[in-house]
Structure formats: structure tokens, C-alpha cells
Write a protein that binds this ligand. Structure first.
Ligand SMILES: C[S@@+](CC[C@H](N)C(=O)[O-])C[C@H]1O[C@@H](n2cnc3c(N)ncnc32)[C@H](O)[C@@H]1O
Length: 302
């Protein structure tokens, strides 16, 4: 499991710390990523953690906090869109090296992801990946190429996190993601959760395992602010009927407290939900600490 220092750092990062790193990450996505990353460790799943599209490392650092001592973190970014490519890369590396639990774990591949082969990534992480975020180029061909690359690097039970599928400013992501899921490589994978603009997919058997786990957590914590809307929506469905994508049942986490933080740290957007909102909470809503919620739920299950 994670060390107690790492658990404290993870709680802090999910609750508030992520706001200090510029980038794109909704808190609900951080929360669910943390839960699933800890679930994988509880399940005994080994593998590295990676991301295409690092920017300044807001999401990659969360993956770092979820890594065990022997696991590597790989970030891939050409940094071509950055106003300060060297500075961005150095900042991400420094951030990892500041904390004992993440120091020395990060490898940055500063290359165009669409030109990479699986063999090139395996040179730095031959064991494969249990969590991998796809958040690089947002055109259809880039999303398709990145998703196909990453799908070849995942261990069984690994989770691919596909960003921006519902971001109306980059419709190519919708096209690329669906093309991937319908391609021969993608058809081995099934989506199981949509949260904070990220679509989570895993191999078919594992997707159902994670979906059932999230259903259990939501059911046990239906009064927690982050799960209240979702629990209500699920209970409104006729028995056993869920939203579907590419034929797979999907849990859609809708949390009205979700917001995005701008580069200067101020909340800039209260997101428009995929479902109607019952209430709008400000960005200071306190969530139940993610580590204790995970541990309570694991204790109930055992
Ligand atoms: C939306 S940002 C990523 C945000 C980041 N995941 C976070 O947590 O804030 C997209 C990143 O993808 C990178 N990128 C875009 N196209 C790329 C490509 N073809 N190869 C590698 N990186 C690319 C950009 O340099 C940029 O840093």
C-alpha cells in the first residue's frame, strides 16, 4: 500500500493541492482517479503510470502520488505548445524530485507522441502501465494515434484515462476516441466511467470490475457531496439500466461542485454538467478525504 506520508500528500493534492499547479483537471476526476489507483493496489495489480500531454504536470503529479516505490512514472510531451518548453519540463521534474515518495521516479520523453512506437516507451518502462492518461494533441488523428499506442502498453486490469471527450472546443477528441474504441485494438477495451471530462476505459473484464466497485462506493457514500447527484441519478434509472457508450454500461459522475482553475489559481468556470444540476456549489466545498473514504469502503467489502 502507499506510505502514510504518501496518503497524506494524496489527500492534500486531491482536496486542494492540485490548485497550485496550473493546468486542466477537474477535482471529481482527481478524486475518482485516486480511488481507482488505490483499488488497483488493493487488488495487487502492478504496473507503471504515464501520461501523454503533461503541460505543467497537474495530472501527472497525481499519478506520481499514486505510484508505489518500484513503479515508474512516464510523461510524454513535445512541449511545442508551451511558451517555455525547457522551463515547463524542468518545473515538472523539480516537482517530482521535491517529494520523497515521487523523487527519482519520473522519466520525461520530450518527443512528438504520434511518432513514438510502443518499443520506444518500453525502453523506459518495460513492465507496462496500470494507469495511463491520454491528453496530448486534440485532433482526431492525434487522439486515435495516442490511444492506439497506449492501448499496446497497458497491463491487464490497467485503466486508460481519455481526456476531453465532452469538451466542445475540441470535437476531434470525440471523433478520435470513438474511432479508437471501434478499431481492432480499441475493441478489446470498454468504457466504464465518465468523470470530470475524462472517459475511463479498461479491458472488458476489468471494466465491469471497476464499474461494480464505483457503484459500491457511490452506494455507500450517497450523502457525500461528490456522490449525491450521481447516486440520485442512478436511483432514478429503472433497475439495472445505465447510460451506455459503445455498448458498455457507464457510470456518469455528475458533481455540481466541479470547477476549473485558471493559470493564476482563480476558479474560472463552473462546468456545465452532462446532466441537469440540482445545485451549484462554490469551489470551497469540502470533500470527504479520499484515502479514508477508500479505506472505509475496503473494510466494508472485506
Ligand atoms: C491540455 S495539455 C495537457 C494538460 C495536462 N494533462 C494537465 O494535467 O494539465 C496538452 C499537452 O499536450 C502536448 N502535446 C500536444 N500535441 C502533442 C504531441 N503531438 N506530442 C506530444 N505532446 C503533445 C502539449 O504540449 C500540451 O502540453
Amino acid at each position: 500500500m502507499l506510505s502514510s506520508e504518501q496518503k497524506a500528500a494524496l489527500d492534500d493534492y486531491v482536496n486542494i493541492g492540485h490548485r497550485n499547479t496550473p493546468g486542466w483537471l477537474w477535482q471529481s476526476a482527481a478524486y475518482i482517479t485516486a480511488l481507482l489507483g488505490m483499488k488497483q493496489i488493493e487488488d495487487g495489480l502492478d504496473g507503471n503510470l504515464g501520461e501523454i500531454g503533461v503541460w505543467q504536470g497537474r495530472y501527472l503529479y497525481l499519478l506520481g502520488l499514486l505510484s508505489r516505490p518500484e513503479e515508474k512514472v512516464v510523461g510524454i510531451d513535445s512541449f511545442v505548445h508551451s511558451p517555455d518548453p525547457e522551463g515547463f519540463a524542468r518545473r515538472v521534474e523539480n516537482r517530482f524530485n521535491l517529494e520523497a515518495s515521487t523523487a527519482g521516479k519520473l522519466t520525461l520523453i520530450k518527443e512528438d507522441s504520434t511518432k513514438l512506437t510502443p518499443e520506444r516507451v518500453r525502453q523506459v518502462a518495460p513492465e507496462g502501465f496500470r494507469l495511463f492518461s491520454v491528453d496530448g494533441g486534440h485532433l482526431c488523428d492525434e487522439v486515435l494515434s495516442d490511444s492506439q499506442l497506449v492501448s499496446q502498453l497497458m497491463v491487464p486490469g490497467g485503466i486508460m484515462i481519455l481526456d476531453d471527450i465532452l469538451n466542445s472546443t475540441c470535437p476531434g477528441v470525440i471523433e478520435g476516441t470513438l474511432e479508437f474504441l471501434k478499431s481492432p485494438q480499441g475493441s478489446d477495451f470498454a468504457p466504464f466511467c465518465l468523470v470530470g471530462n475524462k472517459l475511463l476505459v479498461s479491458d472488458k473484464a476489468s471494466a465491469e470490475h471497476y464499474r461494480q466497485y464505483l457503484l459500491q462506493v457511490i452506494h455507500e457514500n450517497k450523502d457525500a457531496s461528490i456522490f449525491r447527484d450521481t447516486a440520485q441519478t442512478i436511483s432514478d434509472f429503472p433497475e439495472g439500466v445505465y447510460p451506455k457508450l459503445c455498448g458498455s454500461d457507464l457510470i456518469v459522475i455528475t458533481w455540481s461542485g466541479d470547477y476549473l482553475i485558471s493559470d493564476n489559481g482563480a476558479p474560472v468556470l463552473i462546468r456545465t454538467k452532462v446532466c441537469d444540476m440540482h445545485e451549484m456549489n462554490g469551489p470551497d466545498v469540502q470533500l470527504p478525504p479520499v484515502v479514508s473514504l477508500f479505506e472505509r469502503s475496503a473494510a466494508v467489502a472485506s
